[in-house]
Design a protein around this ligand. Structure first.
Ligand SMILES: Nc1ncnc2c1ncn2[C@@H]1O[C@H](COP(=O)(O)OP(=O)(O)OP(=O)(O)O)[C@@H](O)[C@H]1O
Ligand SMILES: [Mg+2]
Length: 155
């Protein structure tokens, strides 16, 4: 399976797919989340973090740019680069310390870090639909293929 393409009827469905991803992802994975403002990127990350065991709030990193969590055995970093004025800012934000083999890293608005960010393993894209959203999950690295295989096996 090279990609997953699903309809998400409501926010709960978006969170549920976040939870499915949580069951199939692990440390060392770099995930880009693309889609227009309000497409559901943060909602999906909320579902993922909850499923990994995080019980507190998950606030959008719109202003802080980075929110880090330790929901279970490995750290999860959630970035939102929408307000990044220049990709170079990533350097002084210390992004290199986040993209480590022991952490799962999820980045909204990754195009604002183009030229600095390495390429992602997994690409998640969300689209507004007349009702709900559409989600596509794709990736061609070995790690991404493993995630897609696990998704296919379990869902
Ligand atoms: N499948 C869905 N159907 C309808 N509404 C949804 C769906 N998924 C999420 N939403 C709603 O869309 C709104 C925006 O979601 P969210 O904040 O996750 O978007 P975002 O992509 O992170 O936006 P931004 O680019 O501004 O960070 C929220 O009110 C959320 O509940
Ligand atoms: Mg968001």
């Amino acid at each position: 399976m090279s990609c997953v393409d699903v309809q998400l009827a409501d926010s709960e469905a978006t969170r549920a797919w976040g939870a499915r991803l949580a069951a199939c992802c692990g440390p060392g994975l770099l995930v880009f989340l693309s889609g227009e403002l309000g497409a559901g990127k943060t909602t999906l990350v909320r579902g993922l973090l909850r499923a990994l065991g995080h019980t507190g709030a998950v606030k959008s990193p719109t202003y802080t740019l980075i929110e880090s969590y330790q929901p279970g055995d490995f750290p999860v970093h959630h970035l939102d680069l929408y307000r990044l004025a220049d990709a170079e800012e990533l350097e002084w934000l210390g992004y290199r310390d986040l993209l480590t083999p022991d952490a799962l890293c999820l980045i909204e608005w990754p195009q604002h870090g183009a030229g600095i960010l390495p390429s992602a393993d997994l690409h998640l894209t969300l689209w507004h639909q007349p009702e709900g959203r559409r989600l596509r999950i794709e990736g061609s690295t070995e790690k991404a293929r493993a995630v897609l295989r696990r998704l296919q096996k379990h869902y």
